[in-house]
Ligand binder design. Structure first.
Ligand SMILES: [Zn+2]
Length: 343
C-alpha cells in the first residue's frame, strides 16, 4: 500500500529556521562540487537531525540546478520513499543495534552503479547504534567510495563511534532551538495547539512534538499533575492507578509527564532552599525551606529513568510503577531527618 500524499516534495527541514545555517553550508558544498562522501549530523534528540539528513540526501539526488527542486523525478520518488538510490539503515524492529549484516548488504549495494545514473545516498541513523563490527564494515565505503556515493550519518552521541569513522566525515552540529522558536514553528506546521506544554513534557525536541496529538498530551499532563498532587496528600488509590497507567498505550508519555512534574518539584525545592540560605543571617528564618523532600524526589526521578529505559512486561511495569508511586507521600515530608512511613 503506497499512498503518496499530495504534500510538497520539498524537504521538511527547509521550514525549520534553526536548520538554515546547515542547509546553507550543504548548498554551498554542492554548488562548489565539494559535496562530502561522509556527512555526520550531530544533533540533539528531536532537533531535526534526520530531517536535515533527508534534505542532504535529496540535495544530492536531485539533478536540477536549484536542488532540491521538489518537482523532478528524483525529488518525487524521494518524497514518496521510492527512490532506488536512497538506502536507509536503522536498527531493525526491537533491536537496539544496526547489525553488521545490514551494513554488509548496504556496502554491496554501494559498489554498484546507481539505478538512475545519478548519486547514491545512504542514511544511517542513529549511527552510534552500529556495533564495532558494523562500523568496521562501513569503513571501506568511506575510505574508497565509488564516485557519487554519499553516506549521511545521524547521531546525538557521536562520541560512541570509532574515531576512524568520525575523522572521515564532515560534521554538522544541530543544537535544540529555544522553546519560543519551536512553538512558532510547530504552530506554523501543525496549527494552533498547546505546544509549550508539549515541549515541557518532551523537552526541547520540536521534531518529536511534530508527531504527537498536542491536545491529548496536554490533557494527559493535566490529569497526571492532578493525580500526583492527590498522591502527595495521600488521596490516590496507588495500586489501581499504577495498573491503569501501566496498561495504557500512553505509558511512555505518562512517564514523561511524571518526570516533568518531579523535575519541577525539585527545581522548586532547590530554589526554596537557596532562598532560605540567603536569608539565614536575617532574623526571619522561613518556617520551611521546602515542603518537599529533595532526596526522595531524586530517587523517584531515577526510578522513572529506569522505567523508561527498561522494556518490561506489562505486569512488571505495573509493579514497578506502583513501587514508585508509594514513595510520593514521603516526598511531601520535608527533610531527611524525619523518618517516613516505609512501605
Ligand atoms: Zn529535484
Amino acid at each position: 500500500m503506497s499512498s503518496v500524499s499530495p504534500v510538497s516534495a520539498l524537504p521538511l527541514a527547509l521550514d525549520a529556521p534553526w536548520l538554515a545555517p546547515q542547509i546553507e553550508q550543504l548548498r554551498r558544498a554542492r554548488a562548489a562540487h565539494r559535496f562530502p562522501t561522509g556527512l555526520l549530523i550531530h544533533d540533539e534528540r528531536g532537533a531535526g537531525g534526520e530531517a536535515l539528513a533527508r534534505f542532504a540526501a535529496q540535495l544530492a539526488l536531485c539533478r536540477e540546478p536549484q536542488a532540491p527542486c521538489g518537482r523532478c523525478r528524483d525529488c518525487r520518488m524521494f518524497a514518496a520513499a521510492q527512490h532506488p538510490d536512497f538506502i536507509e539503515l536503522h536498527p531493525i524492529e526491537d533491536s537496539k543495534y544496526i547489525r553488521v549484516e545490514q551494513v554488509r548488504e548496504l556496502t554491496e549495494q554501494l559498489v554498484l552503479t546507481a539505478h538512475g545514473g545519478g548519486a547514491t545516498v545512504a542514511l544511517i541513523s542513529p549511527a552510534d547504534s552500529m556495533n564495532a563490527n558494523a562500523a568496521n564494515a562501513l569503513l571501506k565505503s568511506l575510505e574508497e567510495p565509488r564516485a557519487g556515493v554519499t553516506l549521511v550519518l545521524v547521531s546525538a552521541t557521536p562520541s560512541r563511534m570509532p574515531a576512524t569513522i568520525l575523522s572521515r566525515c564532515l560534521r554538522l552540529r544541530i543544537a535544540s532551538p529555544a522553546q519560543a522558536i519551536s512553538v512558532a514553528w510547530l504552530t506554523r506546521v501543525r496549527g494552533d495547539g498547546p505546544w509549550a506544554t508539549v515541549l515541557e513534557v518532551l523537552g526541547d525536541a520540536p521534531f518529536e512534538a511534530l508527531d504527537v496529538d498536542a491536545a491529548a498530551l496536554a490533557q494527559l499532563k493535566a490529569e497526571t499533575d492532578r493525580s500526583l498532587s492527590d498522591a502527595l496528600g495521600g488521596r490516590m488509590d496507588i495500586a489501581a492507578t499504577a495498573e491503569r497507567w501501566a496498561r495504557s498505550e500512553t505509558l511512555g508519555l505518562r512517564l514523561a509527564c511524571l518526570e516533568t512534574w518531579i523535575t519541577a518539584r525539585i527545581d522548586d525545592a532547590v530554589g526554596a532552599q537557596r532562598q532560605s540560605s540567603e536569608l539565614r543571617s536575617s532574623t526571619h528564618l522561613p518556617e520551611s525551606a521546602s515542603d518537599m523532600n529533595i532526596a526522595v524526589l531524586l530517587r523517584l526521578l531515577e526510578g522513572i529513568y529506569e522505567l523508561r529505559r527498561l522494556r518490561l512486561t506489562s505486569i512488571n511495569r505495573s509493579l514497578a510503577l506502583e513501587q514508585l508511586l508509594w514513595q510520593l507521600p514521603r516526598a511531601g515530608q520535608r527533610g531527611g531527618a524525619r523518618g517516613g512511613i516505609d512501605r
